[in-house]
Design a protein around this ligand. Sequence first.
Ligand code: AR6
Length: 172
Amino acid sequence: MIRVLQADITTLKVDAIVNAANESLLGGGGVDGAIHRAAGPELREYCRGLGGCPIGEARITPGFKLSAQWIIHAVGPVWRGGEYQESKLLANCYRNSFALAVENEVKTIAFPSISTGAYAYPKDQAGKIAIAIMRDYENKFSEIIACCFSAADVKLYEEMLLSSPRQRGSRI
Ligand code: AR6
């Protein structure tokens, strides 16, 4: 199932949380900064060994001091008006994160709203992509959490979830 929650993603007790990282994977502001602070300095050391990550792709690390066993670091696109493959790149972030989660037998996973902070992706357009891909993977997980930071984001995601029903054949 997909659940919308208002929370600091670093506090969630799930198998994996997803980070909205940058190409260096060495930390930054926003959710990335919060995750690095909560996971501790070992995360940065581990990430240094990964050698970065291209936009649209994802990398997995241990959760270190987090309750989550894994952190999946996805690099979203910077919004540049919509003509620079932003939607495809954002969709790839979600797909590649889910693929890594499946490979690592993750059953519960939480996503922030990738690219909608510092990278300025319009929230409604980004939310539509996030929900559509969460629906594609819904059957492979016991819980997918859309972790929103603000009450306004919760409202937006809940509306989008309602207008994007579970796919045919996926109901038990
Ligand atoms: N828990 C859940 N969501 C959060 C949290 C949190 N603790 N903190 C912020 N958000 P952003 P981006 C929400 O800027 O747009 C960093 O510097 C926030 O409200 O974190 O993908 C990286 O290093 C927003 O909805 O990520 C990159 O350089 C969402 O998380 C760059 O920012 C994403 O906002 C990535 O920018």
